[in-house]
Write a protein that binds this ligand. Structure first.
Ligand SMILES: [Fe+2]
Ligand SMILES: [Fe+2]
Length: 140
């Protein structure tokens, strides 16, 4: 168990560089939230990093949904609904802290976004990657 940092260890390599790059970028943006929380930086910094994370996540979700449609992925509807729910959950979580997160909110923020990201990548994204890799293997 590490101290909150994520490693590229989800076995998610998709043989599709853009998708892997986007997931790594999400991990990096999560790490920036973690660093801000651990360093006891002012809450505004934590909030700004959360905003950056969610802005990128929204962009990534749209890109991933477009990809799923292009390859006629059977899990598209459920995966897209999960993306929407993740964004709604994150917005509600952020709102619960009011204008500015406090230093004592750090552990809850880190746990929330770590679980948020890991759970989705280990489940829905992993299933998508397996499907994409099947296509890339020429099995279709
Ligand atoms: Fe996804
Ligand atoms: Fe993804």
């Amino acid at each position: 168990m590490n101290n909150g940092h994520l490693k590229w260890s989800f076995n998610l390599s998709s043989r599709m560089a853009e998708l892997d790059d986007a997931h790594r970028e999400l991990e990096d943006l999560y790490d920036r939230i973690l660093q801000a929380c651990e360093s006891q930086e002012p809450g505004a910094s934590v909030r700004e990093r959360i905003r950056s994370f969610l802005t990128y996540a929204r962009w990534h979700f749209v890109e991933e949904e477009t990809l799923m449609q292009q390859v006629d992925y059977g899990g598209y509807t459920d995966h897209r609904a999960e993306h929407q729910r993740l964004v709604e959950d994150a917005e509600a979580f952020i709102d619960s802290f009011g204008a500015t997160p406090q230093a004592e909110d750090g552990p809850a923020i880190v746990s929330f976004f770590k679980y948020w990201l890991v759970r989705h990548m280990a489940a829905q994204d992993s299933d998508l990657v397996k499907f994409l890799n099947t296509l890339k293997s020429g099995d279709c």
